[in-house]
Design a protein around this ligand. Structure first.
Ligand code: ADP
Length: 270
């Protein structure tokens, strides 16, 4: 009787345990597949500029007596090397933000400064396309996190807005309160995205149009990095877009210091 009683009590527990174990294994297998996929993608992406640089180096040697050709191949080599360097940097950035669940060097950050820095760093690129960067901020809110990472995230969105917009358009960058969180929105009047693409743009190496992306110098990693940075800050990223009309990417972050973030601001002043 005792054995039967024990069996009745332990068996369901055992089943639950086995289920949890299976679940863990499924998750481990999924993560393993994601990792393998990533390595395969990285190798493929690195091979393209490396292959181009190798061919161009051969061409420079073959055309050594033709200064005009050497100049042409040389500048293409420079472009490809820059692309390679950017790719490697973004792969490093991505693996860093993926590995850290909480951002290193956490501090109290005024959101206005994050936007200011991101816009400052994007100004040269905007000017080159005569794109106006318009900053609208409704107040002084604080978030807790890593300043450089947050600037990197907002800058990525502003850079994309510039890359995927035509000349002489506007890009708006704004912050406001949204249901107890701080919303940082970057809006462009650019090429926009189809519904299907809005669901995929945060995937690693996903590019709607790889040829165009190559011209703009894109790697397909930017939004994936942004998504991870936002996640490590306890936030989320959303996108609204319409083909041919433009896009709005919104980062939502928890506010430091209660529902309007001003409590902490006042505490800091006292
Ligand atoms: P990339 O380095 O190619 O810009 P991202 O990860 O930043 O990579 O973006 C992925 C893809 O999403 C881009 O290749 C582009 O097709 C699309 N995309 C990103 N931002 C925008 C935008 N503001 N407007 C239109 N398409 C965009």
């Amino acid at each position: 009787r005792v054995a039967r009683h024990l069996h009745a009590r332990v068996a369901p527990l055992g089943t639950a345990f086995v289920l949890v174990l299976c679940d863990d294994q499924t998750e481990a297998r999924r993560l393993d597949a994601v990792r393998r996929d990533f390595v395969a993608n990285v190798s493929h992406e690195l091979k393209t500029p490396i292959g181009a640089i190798t061919l161009l180096a051969e061409a420079v040697t073959d055309f050594a007596d033709d200064p005009e050709a050497v100049g042409r191949f040389g500048s293409r080599m420079q472009r490809e090397s820059k692309r390679l360097a950017q790719l490697v940097q973004e792969i490093i950035d991505l693996s860093r933000v993926q590995d850290h669940e909480t951002p290193a060097a956490t501090e109290l950050i005024p959101i206005g400064r994050v936007i200011e820095d991101a816009v400052d760093r994007a100004t040269t690129r905007a000017d080159a396309k005569s794109i106006t960067l318009q900053v609208v901020s409704g107040g002084e809110w604080y978030v807790e996190g890593n300043f450089e990472l947050l600037v990197n995230a907002v800058r990525n969105l502003v850079d994309n807005a510039i890359s995927y917009s035509n000349e002489r358009t506007q890009v708006g960058i704004g912050a406001k309160l949204d249901d107890g969180r701080i919303a940082i929105a970057v809006t462009d009047q650019g090429i926009g995205l189809s519904t299907e693409d809005t669901e995929r743009v945060f995937e690693r190496f996903y590019r709607v149009d790889p040829a165009r992306s190559r011209v703009t110098g894109g790697t397909g990693l930017g939004l994936s990095i942004v998504k991870h940075i936002v996640a490590t800050h306890g936030g989320e990223i959303r996108v609204w877009s319409k083909l041919g009309q433009g896009s709005t990417f919104t980062i939502l972050l928890p506010i430091a210091g209660g529902d309007d973030g001003r409590a902490l601001e006042q505490a800091a002043e006292q």
